[in-house]
Write a protein that binds this ligand. Structure first.
Ligand SMILES: Cc1ncc(COP(=O)(O)O)c(C=O)c1O
Length: 421
């Protein structure tokens, strides 16, 4: 028996409209559906269908009735249950209602959206901040709006889907360089014609392997070749730099970066996205950026939780220090057990374990879940170079005891499936 995508229902209750033979638009997915069914028929759980029945804290949830340690969320700074954050959300819900029912440029900008933008400006020390409904939309908006058809976007081959999708939505010419390769970036920049604007798009932390970009060198090369620079700090915000701004702060290139893109769905602990910048003409984006204009704004409770969380993240030095301890200990512990890791040392809060194929990866993932720890399974096409990964994301709220328990579970799961001897 396979676990269905949703609760099985009697087909008689949901008749499918007739479709001419060969005209079912879903037939292009047949190979994927068959592959998925074959995998689930082996008796494994669906790695992409886990349900959190109850969430007890940033690091603990109930999954299938069992208390489970969360090691596969992006809740790096553990802000989702912060009492001040929760209180701010409740108050905004009471005072402003459940949603704005409108775009930022019409009825969808409330006091809370402006306060959230003020909190971002203060956090990043920038003149401007623009809040979007998701980080995905912030990237869609920046890539598709800022670079026109005479311009070039130069991006890392391992860029997040939202960066690629933003390029696809716009008209700029796209040039890719090899992941984190400064020489290749420079080679591509040198080949560009003199005419046309240039935007180099980088990420502080790459989320599949947890590696960080050599931003100092990349930004220097980009500026030398006349490019504007955008850095996506989705996975760096909160954790890197003295103020938690991201890898670009730690790399000392704040005054060289034109745009920082970020999300509220990771360290901030809610949902939403943003761009910050010092560019004097930045505010014009509010009029021309389609993923900002043509969608509803975030609910008041969400912007209130985001603003409160951002204000606290600035002063979360102790949490940053504990998160580094957790990440380094997990990296060392997994290596000592004999796992192959994607980075030679802990570079971020993400530690990716490389496994040989889908079968081992799914069995390991399931053995861990049964032992009581949830991690992310990642596979092509989301991963670079056809890799199969188990991705662990540490949280500042993981206790030392939890980290020890997690390592013990990795050891027993690895032995149980015959991967570790
Ligand atoms: C690098 C990067 N950019 C942008 C996003 C999109 O963020 P959001 O979840 O807010 O849409 C993500 C989310 O996974 C990401 O990893």
């Amino acid at each position: 028996m396979t676990e269905a995508l949703s609760t099985p229902t009697d087909p008689a209750d949901h008749p499918v409209p007739p479709t001419a033979p060969g005209a079912d638009l879903f037939s292009k997915f047949d190979a994927l559906i068959a592959e998925r069914e074959a995998l689930l028929d082996t008796g494994v759980r669906d790695p992409f269908g886990v349900v959190m029945e109850k969430v007890l804290s940033p690091t603990l949830a109930i999954v299938r009735g069992k208390e489970t340690i969360l090691l596969g969320t992006y809740n790096y700074m553990g802000m989702t249950f912060d009492p001040d954050v929760i209180e701010a959300g409740k108050q905004a819900l009471d005072e402003f209602g459940s949603g704005t029912t409108g775009s930022r440029v019409l009825n969808g900008t409330y006091q809370g959206h402006k306060e959230c933008e003020e909190a971002l400006k203060d956090f990043y020390g920038t003149a401007h901040a623009m809040v979007f409904s998701t980080g995905y939309q912030a990237n869609l908006g920046l890539m598709s709006t800022i670079a026109g058809k005479e311009d070039y976007i130069i991006l890392d081959a391992d860029s997040h889907a939202s960066i690629y999708d933003g390029c696809a939505l716009g008209n700029a010419q796209i040039v890719r360089f090899r992941h984190n390769n400064v020489e290749d970036l420079e080679k591509r920049l040198k080949r560009l014609p003199a005419e046309g604007g240039r935007l180099v798009v980088l990420e502080g932390v790459y989320s599949m392997l947890g590696d960080i970009a050599p931003l100092k060198e990349m930004v220097e090369v980009s500026k030398r070749h006349g490019a504007m620079v955008a850095v996506d700090e989705a996975h760096g915000m909160g954790f890197f730099g003295a103020n938690g701004r991201g890898v670009f702060e730690e790399a000392g290139v704040e005054d060289q970066v034109d745009f920082v893109v970020g999300t509220f769905s990771k360290s901030v602990g809610t949902v939403g996205g943003f761009i910050v910048s010092n560019h004097p003409k930045f505010e014009v984006l509010r009029l021309v950026c389609r993923p900002y204009v043509f969608t509803a704004s975030l609910p008041p409770s969400v912007v209130a939780t985001a603003a409160t969380s951002i204000r606290k993240l600035k002063y979360a030095g102790n949490k940053r220090a504990h998160l580094w301890e957790n990440s380094k200990r997990m990296h060392q512990g997994l290596r000592d057990l004999g796992f192959t890791l994607a980075t030679p040392e802990a570079q971020s809060a993400i530690i990716a374990i490389l496994l040989p194929d889908q079968d081992v990866t799914v069995r390991m993932w399931q053995a861990l879940l049964e032992a009581g720890v949830y991690v992310n399974m990642a596979r092509p096409p989301a991963t670079p170079a056809g890799m199969y990964l188990l991705r662990c994301s540490l949280c500042a709220d993981h206790t030392s005891e939890q980290v020890g328990d997690i390592l013990a579970m990795f050891e027993s799961a690895g032995k149980a499936i015959g991967y570790l001897s």
